[in-house]
Design a protein. Structure first.
Length: 112
């Protein structure tokens, strides 16, 4: 069981490293003056999208509840709560929408 888990981690890390390299290369080409033809660049981006989907599919549901632990301190200390946040993006958006709705409702009440 332990060997299988370690092997799965190695495969996952290898795929993540390849994805990171491909995205870095794509960004470098995009920012260069020479560039490449668009079909080639979009093909690379489509491959990266497929790789990220494969990585997402490889994450067990249990592991989605763990947080990011940086290897070194971030440059800006105010970024730490963001990295350690476990809230889902949809939950954050619904809270922000509710706050906006409350502010709008409070503004309407003050006019009366």
């Amino acid at each position: 069981m332990s060997n299988r888990r370690i092997e799965h981690q190695h495969v996952f890390l290898r795929q993540a490293t390849i994805l990171r390299k491909n995205l870095y290369d794509w960004d470098r080409v995009l920012r260069s003056q020479v560039g490449e033809d668009w079909p080639s660049m979009l093909g690379k981006l489509n491959a990266a999208l497929s790789q990220s989907g494969n990585l997402d599919g490889g994450i067990e549901d249990l592991l989605e509840h763990f947080v990011y632990q940086p290897k070194k301190c971030p440059v800006n200390p105010q970024d730490v709560p963001y990295f350690l946040s476990t809230r889902l993006a949809d939950a954050m958006n619904s809270v922000a929408d509710a706050d906006d709705m409350d502010a709008t409702t409070a503004g309407d009440d003050s006019r009366m």
